[in-house]
Design a protein around this ligand. Structure first.
Ligand SMILES: [Zn+2]
Length: 83
C-alpha cells in the first residue's frame, strides 16, 4: 500500500498516511506510538510507527520508520523507560 498507493484488500486507491500513530503518555499527553525509548532522559523514541489506511475499507498497514536502528534483542518491559 505504501509503494503502490492501492489497498491490497479492496483495491481502493485513496490511502490516508500519517507519520505518527497517536498514543497517550502520562497525564494523557499525546505521543507517537513507538516500540521503545532509547534514552529516558532525552526521551528519544525508537521504532516509531507510521500508518497507511485505506479510505474505502479501513485496512491499515503499520511500518516502523527507523527499523534499522532497533536493537538485536527486544528489551524487557522494565527497560522501556518513561515510568
Ligand atoms: Zn481497502
Amino acid at each position: 500500500m505504501r509503494a503502490s498507493g492501492k489497498c491490497p484488500k479492496c483495491r481502493g486507491s485513496e490511502v490516508f498516511h500519517s507519520p505518527c500513530v497517536m498514543d497517550r503518555g502520562e497525564g494523557n499527553v499525546g505521543m507517537c506510538l513507538a516500540i521503545l525509548r532509547s534514552d529516558p532522559i532525552e526521551a528519544r523514541d525508537l521504532g516509531q510507527f507510521e500508518v497507511y489506511v485505506c479510505r474505502r475499507c479501513g485496512f491499515s498497514e503499520l511500518y516502523v520508520r527507523d527499523f534499522m536502528h532497533l536493537p538485536e534483542v527486544a528489551p524487557d518491559h522494565d527497560d522501556f523507560g518513561g515510568r
